[in-house]
Design a protein around this ligand. Structure first.
Ligand code: MN
Length: 202
């Protein structure tokens, strides 16, 4: 599917005259050689963490109510949401009252990722798209807060997936950056400060 088609739902849900979110023009220059991921903290109806990974010119997206864990014992529910434009990866701000997803958004973590899913032949990496369609994605994340191997596994045919930390040198149950490192990696603002700033601008 083309990025244009993938972004139809994203565009239908939003009134760009009202929301400061990017329109998603799909600029080719934004396509990166090394794929990007972003985790946005979003205080909408319910607080959640939007995990987004670059695939085929869009950001495939999941809402994770509890955020990512560094403990391989944790299975974090990740609800797949609509594809977002690549530009969304640097979006921070306050989505106004009455708009879809109303509430403050910060970029909680971001960086590059590598697809580490090995195919059946034992050495070739399967394409990210094939992994997505099969419902089992394996990623190595290189963020500022979150690093290491993660599995994203679809449960049944629903939009419910699980995000699980793999057992590797970056696994660390003693660290919980969702609690200890709440700030934006771009501005250093907390989600509360972002909300306050949004109010001041009104
Ligand atoms: Mn969200």
């Amino acid at each position: 599917m083309s990025a244009k088609k993938d972004l139809k739902t994203y565009k239908q849900k939003r009134d760009f005259a009202k929301t400061p979110e990017p329109k998603g023009v799909g600029k080719k220059k934004l396509l990166s050689k090394i794929p990007q991921f972003v985790i946005q903290k979003h205080d909408a109806t319910r607080l959640h963490y939007d995990f987004r990974i670059e695939m085929n010119g869009v950001l495939k997206s999941w809402a994770i109510p509890k955020g990512p864990s560094l403990d391989p014992k944790d299975k974090r529910l990740a609800i797949e949401t609509e594809d977002h434009p690549l530009e969304y990866g640097s979006f921070e701000g306050v989505i106004p009252e009455g708009e879809y997803g109303a509430g403050p958004v910060i970029v909680w973590d971001r960086g590059h990722f590598a697809n580490i899913k090995i195919g059946k032949d034992g050495n070739k990496v399967e394409s990210l798209e094939a992994c997505y369609h099969k419902g089992h994605i394996r990623l190595w994340l290189e963020g500022q807060k979150i690093k290491g191997g993660y599995d994203l596994i679809r449960t049944g045919d629903s939009n419910h997936w699980l995000l699980v930390k793999e057992q590797d040198e970056e696994a660390d149950p003693s660290r919980n950056p969702v609690v200890t490192e709440p700030q934006s990696v771009i501005t250093g603002k907390t989600i509360e400060e972002m909300m306050e700033d949004g109010r001041d601008e009104e």
